[in-house]
Design a protein around this ligand. Sequence first.
Ligand SMILES: Nc1ncnc2c1ncn2[C@@H]1O[C@H](COP(=O)(O)OP(=O)(O)OP(=O)(O)O)[C@@H](O)[C@H]1O
Ligand SMILES: [Mg+2]
Length: 289
Amino acid sequence: MGLFNIKRTEVKTIGRGKVISVINQKGGVGKTTVAFNVCHALAKKGKRVLAIDCDPQMNFGALFGTIDGEYNIFHLLINSVRELKAMHQPVMLSSVVQTIGEIDVIPSGQELSGFELTVAGITAPRQLVLKKFIEKYELQSMYDYIIIDSPPTLGLVMVNILSASGGILVPFKPDDFSQIGLKHLHEVIENIEEMGVTQTPEVIKYIPNLVEGRRKQDMMHLDAIKSEIEKEFSQDKVSDVFYNRAYFAKSQSAKKSIFDYRAKEFHDVQESFLSLATSIEEWADGQEK
Ligand SMILES: Nc1ncnc2c1ncn2[C@@H]1O[C@H](COP(=O)(O)OP(=O)(O)OP(=O)(O)O)[C@@H](O)[C@H]1O
Ligand SMILES: [Mg+2]
């Protein structure tokens, strides 16, 4: 449920507080689409979800139908850096969070593209600003899952997202380049450790998306990538396949998740997203053991 409509004292149970981001430095592979539908799948399972749009393209917030406000995630992040006091804005978290249905959403803004420059001169760890922001507001105790959508660039925003995340979801399009791209992404995740961050996020699932089931090449690439991933991890790390289906775009222009858009016709995709949510829950259980 949206938590900013009720008093803090009424939030009785403590949230699970898992921070999960949807990552791939390649553009247009379905990060925002996956993030949006995963939020809805988790909410369907009764989980308290906070969605944070960390991409200056603002697509994640737009899918939820957030309204452009004066302040967004950029201002909240800058307000979390003591050294940037001169830039602080009189902004309250509750005025930035928008409750859309059962999900709380923190929208992004174009200002976020200037994040790297803005924090360039600070002495505090620049890669931990998002993590500090989440801690400052104790967001993990309020929500079961904090789902972050990321930009298609390997910059400081991405490093901040990785540093704040316990788990990641990696949608990819099985094509010539995805094998190389996924390897590169893996190296970036491992390098996070060297940047003075104690916790390296764990890949929860690689998600084949926009697959052309009738294209032999796509299926061959997919098989090759799958066996490479299986070689690296002992567990099953590849989710159900999501095929290229026009209704994804149609549902998005209607600002609806695949659960709400002509729901009955898309039963299989709903099942796949619910099964992804189950994998996330199982991962979270494993973290708590
Ligand atoms: N399985 C699918 N079938 C058909 N269209 C899809 C599917 N997944 C995503 N799309 C469409 O592909 C486009 C790109 O998807 P999306 O915006 O989620 O990618 P992205 O990785 O977030 O992109 P960016 O890197 O620019 O942030 C969108 O128009 C979306 O509606
Ligand atoms: Mg996106």
